[in-house]
Design a protein. Structure first.
Length: 228
């Protein structure tokens, strides 16, 4: 696993992402033992976890008590926010970009699943807006981390897809998408300060450390978690 050191140093109890050595941490029933083992390694009780049915959009919802636990109904969304101490937010990724937001003053967090479509729909800004609306956060005070994802070294797409990216004003390298750079720009445009944004420069496709859909690991997922 890796830890998002800047967020934990700022006061967040847990900000981490599983890797291949932790096993498949997807939502599938057969992976729940692995998920529990990963959480316990972080001293996180498994029954505090909130997950989503991720739909590659930009909907961000507040983590409610009814959403906690492995048997809870999964809300269709791609972002979670919370101010509840001891509640664990989780998203599954396998090339998509995890974006983590933390307000150390208001003790609020957001966890976002920013894949290709979510980035086109600017879920990063949606997460910032939700934190500000619900908890009166100041974007300039937010800390952020952008986690491992498909890197610009490997993430080549069709000319049509690259055209949509270009039309949205997002950075490319030829037909290679720049997910981390795009989300960083979107966070800055939403009011975050660049020195408050940590970027973890691992490519999930070629790095070998994380599960990658594009590298052929269709069903397995890395789990990103945050806990106040």
């Amino acid at each position: 696993m890796i830890h998002f050191a800047s967020l934990e140093a700022a006061g967040l109890r847990v900000a981490a992402m599983s890797d291949k050595s932790d096993g498949d941490c997807s939502n599938r029933p057969e992976a729940q033992t692995t998920v529990a083992r990963f959480l316990k390694s972080l001293s996180v009780p498994p029954d505090t976890l909130v997950r989503l049915r991720q739909i590659h959009g930009n909907r961000v919802v507040e983590a409610q008590s009814a959403m906690v636990g492995r048997h809870a109904a999964l809300e269709e969304a791609d972002g979670l926010v919370s101010r509840e101490s001891g509640r664990t937010l989780g998203i599954g990724v396998a090339d998509c970009t995890p974006v983590l937001l933390y307000d150390p003053h208001h003790k609020a967090v957001a966890l976002l699943h920013a894949g290709r479509e979510g980035t086109l729909r600017n879920i990063a800004a949606a997460g910032v807006r939700t934190l500000c609306k619900r908890y009166r956060c100041d974007p300039a005070a937010l800390r952020a981390a952008i986690g491992p994802c498909a890197g610009e070294c490997c993430y080549e797409v069709s000319a049509e897809c690259a055209g949509k990216w270009r039309d949205a004003g997002l950075p490319l390298r030829g037909r290679h998408l720049r997910l981390q750079a795009s989300n960083c720009i979107q966070l800055e445009n939403a009011g975050l300060l660049r020195h408050n944004i940590e970027v973890v420069p691992h490519c999930t496709i070629c790095g070998g450390l994380f599960f990658s859909y594009r590298a052929g690991e269709i069903s397995n997922r890395n789990l990103v978690v945050m806990m106040l």
